[in-house]
Design a binder for this molecule. Structure first.
Ligand code: ZN
Length: 71
């Protein structure tokens, strides 16, 4: 049985284990195995709905060059 921890806790644990700030690669790896808490799943659903169509009219905000510039 796995204990569900929030993403923040996971990053804190990772930082503690490494003894330093995790790199982007390590964060991505952690994100890949991260099991989201019900609250996080809800929050992601909300943000997906919010981002269903970006302000520039692109269907997928990740495909929009203007949105990508901002991140
Ligand atoms: Zn956009």
């Amino acid at each position: 049985m796995t204990t569900i921890i929030t993403w923040k806790e996971r990053v804190a644990n990772l930082t503690y284990e490494l003894g330093r700030e995790p790199t982007l690669g390590e964060l991505l790896e952690a994100a890949w195995i991260h099991e989201m808490t019900p609250e996080e799943i809800q929050e992601q659903r909300r943000s997906l709905v919010r981002n269903a169509r970006c302000e520039h009219g692109e269907m997928d905000f990740e495909q929009c060059p203007k949105c990508r510039e901002q991140t």
